[in-house]
Design a protein around this ligand. Structure first.
Ligand code: HPA
Ligand code: ZN
Length: 334
C-alpha cells in the first residue's frame, strides 16, 4: 500500500508555505540574515514541536517565520517545498501564504510574492508542477488590516488566485471579514476559509453564506450539524482536510478517531493535505500513509482523494483533464 500511495498522483490544496520551513533551513536563514533564534540546533527546534492546540502551534510558527527576510529566502523556502512535491508525486499545488506575518515585520509585500512566484515558475518549467497562490488574512488581526493587505495585493491580481482566512479560529468568526471578502470577490479573487477546525460547525455555514467560499479548509467539525453535512454532499463543496495536523493539534485524539474516511464514504468531496508539514511530521505521502494505517481502505478509495482534489482545485479545465489522465493512467498500471 505504501508503494501505491507513494506513486499515486497527488494534488495539494491546503499548504501554508511558511509551515514548510524545515528546521535546517530555519537555521541557515537565521545565520544568513543575522536573526537570533532561541534554539541551538535543528534537533532542538524539532523537540520543541509539541503542541496542545492551534494557538500553541501558531506561537511557534510565527516565531519561525522571523528568519524570512529577503526575496531569496522566500524563493528557497518555496523551492524546497516543490522538491518535496516531486518526491511525493504532487503534480499540482495551491499554496497559502500569510502576507501580514511578513508586512507586520517590515518586509515588503512584493518581496514575499516575487520570491514565491519565481520558485513556482521554476517548478512549472523544471518539475512540471502546476500551482496557484492563495493569500490568507490573519483572523486574529482586525478587518482593516486585511483590507490594507488586499489593496496591496491588487497589482498582483493576476498572480494570486484566491483569498483565504487562517490563524486563531475560535472567537474570530467569518462575519468579522465579510467586507474584505466582498471587496476581494469584486476584484476577481476566488475565496476559501479555514473553518470547523477548532471553531464550531456554524463557522463553516457562515463561511459559505457570508464569504462565498469555493472550499472549506479543514471543516471536520461539520459532523456536528447533520443538515450542513447534507448541504456539503449536495453541493460537492470540498473540504481540504489535514490528517496529521489534526492529530498534532488535538482536533482528534489519534488517527483512528479521524473522520475523513467516514466523510469520504458518505460522499463528501474531501481531500488529503499536509497543512504545515515541517511542524506536523509529514508531507503528502506521510499523510496518506498515516491515514491508511489507521483506516484500511481500498486503492479505489485512496485514489478518490486525488480525484476529489482535482475536482476541488482551481486548475484550468485543460490542466484538470491532464491531471485526471495522469491519475487514470496510473490506476490502469497499478
Ligand atoms: N489553522 C489555522 N491557521 C493556520 C494553520 C491551521 O491549521 N496553519 C497555519 N496557519
Ligand atoms: Zn491550514
Amino acid at each position: 500500500m505504501e508503494t501505491f500511495i507513494q506513486a499515486l498522483p497527488k494534488i495539494e490544496l491546503h499548504l501554508h508555505i511558511e509551515g514548510s520551513l524545515e528546521p535546517e533551513l530555519m537555521f541557515e536563514l537565521a545565520r544568513r540574515n543575522g536573526v537570533s533564534i532561541p534554539f541551538d540546533s535543528a534537533a532542538a527546534v524539532r523537540a520543541a514541536y509539541e503542541f496542545s492546540d492551534l494557538q500553541s502551534f501558531l506561537d511557534i510558527y510565527y516565531q519561525g517565520a522571523n528568519v524570512l527576510i529577503e526575496e531569496q529566502d522566500f524563493f528557497d523556502l518555496c523551492w524546497a517545498y516543490l522538491l518535496r512535491c516531486r518526491q511525493d508525486n504532487v503534480l499540482h499545488t495551491e499554496i497559502f501564504f500569510d502576507p501580514q506575518t511578513h508586512t507586520e515585520r517590515g518586509i515588503e509585500f512584493d518581496t514575499v510574492v516575487n520570491g514565491l512566484l519565481r520558485a513556482l515558475e521554476r517548478g512549472r518549467t523544471e518539475l512540471g508542477i502546476s500551482s496557484h497562490l492563495i493569500m490568507c488574512f490573519l483572523r486574529h488581526l482586525d478587518e482593516d488590516s486585511a483590507v490594507a493587505t488586499l489593496r496591496r495585493a491588487l497589482p498582483h491580481r493576476d498572480k494570486i488566485i484566491a483569498v483565504g482566512l487562517d490563524s486563531a479560529e475560535a472567537g474570530n468568526p467569518p462575519q468579522k471579514f465579510q467586507r474584505v471578502f466582498e471587496e476581494a470577490l469584486d476584484a476577481g479573487f476566488l475565496s476559501v476559509a479555514h473553518a470547523g477546525e477548532e471553531g464550531p460547525a456554524s463557522y463553516i455555514s457562515d463561511a459559505i453564506a457570508l464569504l462565498k467560499v469555493a472550499r472549506i479548509d479543514h471543516g471536520v467539525r461539520c459532523v456536528e450539524d447533520p443538515e450542513l453535512v447534507q448541504q456539503l454532499i449536495a453541493a460537492r463543496l470540498p473540504l481540504t482536510v489535514c490528517p496529521l495536523s489534526n492529530v498534532k493539534l488535538r482536533v482528534f485524539d489519534n488517527m483512528q478517531q479521524h473522520n475523513i474516511v467516514d466523510l469520504l464514504r458518505r460522499g463528501l468531496c474531501v481531500t488529503v493535505n499536509s497543512d504545515d508539514p515541517a511542524y506536523f511530521g509529514g508531507y503528502m505521502t506521510d499523510n496518506f500513509v498515516a491515514l491508511a494505517a489507521a483506516h484500511p481502505m481500498s486503492e479505489d478509495e485512496i485514489a478518490r482523494f486525488s480525484f476529489n482534489a482535482i475536482e476541488a482545485s482551481f486548475a484550468s479545465a485543460e490542466r484538470k483533464c491532464q491531471l485526471e489522465a495522469s491519475l487514470r493512467d496510473f490506476l490502469a498500471r497499478a
